[in-house]
Design a protein around this ligand. Structure first.
Ligand SMILES: NC(=O)c1ccc[n+]([C@@H]2O[C@H](COP(=O)([O-])OP(=O)(O)OC[C@H]3O[C@@H](n4cnc5c(N)ncnc54)[C@H](O)[C@@H]3O)[C@@H](O)[C@H]2O)c1
Ligand SMILES: O=C(O)[C@H](O)COP(=O)(O)O
Length: 387
């Protein structure tokens, strides 16, 4: 029986994927697996049984990835599962920035009691006139699951789209419309574009990337859209940009006291992935990854360990070892099993940066003593036998 805990509400369609071999527990300390959306796990103490964390979503900056890796806890996310939901809200954000739809709706609400509302509206509407997206230049920074979708869809609105991503994956590059201009530097994109939308993860290398210097390179009256993370943007620089008029609009999915209420800011309460479809997709993908890891030891879409798949566990035993990516680990595992006269029927070893994962199928039962000796090997972080 596996125990799981949900740190945030997770869509029922995902939870239903856990069968009678699973029980939901109220306390995270008891859990074998945790499902989470945006709740911060940085201050959490992890229970001794915790084997995996699944982020039902894309961004993993709420999870201490290194600490988890050191404790042999595999962290998964659900790449692309909410990308369409975010893309649609980015498009809505661009339209809200281009036309004063919010100002117009507010005006109607304020005048709803007026007897001659329709006539008054015709007089008032010139205050809310805007511009069209057709023919404007959009720069997309980060061409992953969301950025590619935003870029491609914007071309259908008649926008001239520039994309920048020095680490673009082969898959994403295949999906990108041939009509997107390849910006070789981010400065080129800053100089060209009327709208700039950022879709990169929050990393040390990306935090604060939209700062004073970046804004100084952008066109006067630029609209900046941030549906990725608040920390990517220097909020003081944005507020000054909005007040001076160098930034016309800042559309963000991340409300902070610094930005909420500033004229020209359109602040949304983190709704990018809050659609029925995205929530369902993320929950299903997260539950599937957790089950395959707990039941078979397979890893797919992990952010701190390598993906590794040996199919379903068959006869015999499967031992899985999370360990450091250092020389001679595999040699030590196989010679230990050989000394025990154990026949290896299948084996895989994969690495990702400082960490590695080895899965070994043997045609006999693995004793507690063998597990203990594997655990004692320098560099081994967690050993699990799947029966
Ligand atoms: N508002 C929301 O509800 C919501 C929903 C999903 C994701 N997000 C945020 O959006 C981010 C992107 O999501 P995604 O699903 O597209 O992720 P993704 O991993 O598919 O794409 C991220 C892309 O950014 C690129 N990148 C990394 N560093 C870069 C840099 N310095 N310059 C340019 N490109 C760089 C990567 O190469 C990758 O292609 C997530 O990390 C998350 O923080 C927000
Ligand atoms: O990174 C993500 O997937 C988004 O920011 C969505 O977060 P949420 O699951 O809390 O809506």
């Amino acid at each position: 029986m596996y125990k799981y805990h949900c740190l945030n509400p997770i869509a029922p369609v995902g939870i239903e994927r856990f069968d009678e071999n699973y029980v939901r527990v109220e306390s995270p300390e008891e859990a074998d697996a945790i499902l989470v959306r945006s709740a911060s796990m940085h201050e959490m103490e992890f229970g001794k049984d915790l084997k995996a964390v699944a982020r039902a979503g894309a961004g993993v900056n709420n999870i201490p990835l290194e600490k988890c890796a050191e404790k042999g806890i595999v962290v998964f996310n659900t790449p692309g599962a909410n990308a369409n939901g975010v893309k649609e809200l980015v498009l809505a954000g661009m339209l809200l920035a281009a036309r004063d739809i919010i100002g117009g709706i507010n005006w109607v609400q304020e005048h709803e009691e007026d007897g001659d509302l329709a006539k008054e509206a015709e007089k008032a509407k010139k205050a809310f006139a805007g511009r069209e997206l057709d023919g404007k230049k959009l720069g997309v920074i980060g061409l992953g699951a969301i950025g590619v979708r935003v870029a491609n869809t914007a071309t259908h609105l008649g926008m001239d789209v520039y994309g920048y991503d020095p680490y673009v994956s082969v898959d994403a590059a295949w999906q990108l419309s041939r009509n997107i201009h390849h910006a070789k530097t981010v400065d080129e994109l800053y100089k060209e574009c009327d709208y700039i939308s950022i879709h990169v993860p929050a990393l040390d290398s990306t935090k604060g990337m939209i700062n004073r210097e970046a804004i100084s390179l952008m066109k006067k009256g630029v609209t900046i859209l941030n549906f990725a993370r608040d920390v990517l943007v220097d909020s003081e620089a944005i507020v000054d940009g909005l007040l001076s008029g160098s930034v016309k609009r800042y559309v963000t999915d991340f409300p902070t006291p610094e930005i909420a209420g500033v004229k020209g800011a359109i602040v949304i309460p983190h709704l990018g992935a809050s659609t029925e479809e995205s929530e369902d997709n993320c929950a299903k993908m997260a539950a599937k990854a957790l089950r395959d890891y707990l039941e078979n030891g397979n890893i797919s879409h992990s952010v701190n360990y390598p993906d590794c798949n040996m199919g379903s566990k068959e006869e015999g035993s499967r031992v899985t070892i999370l360990h450091r990516n250092i020389p001679n680990m595999l040699g030590q595992f196989t010679s230990l099993l050989a000394k025990e006269n154990m026949n290896i029927t299948l084996m895989t070893n994969k690495s990702k940066k400082a960490y590695a994962y080895t899965m070994i199928d043997v045609d006999a039962e693995i004793s507690g003593n063998v597990v203990k000796r594997l655990e004692d090997i320098e560099g081994v972080l967690k050993v699990r036998v799947i029966v």
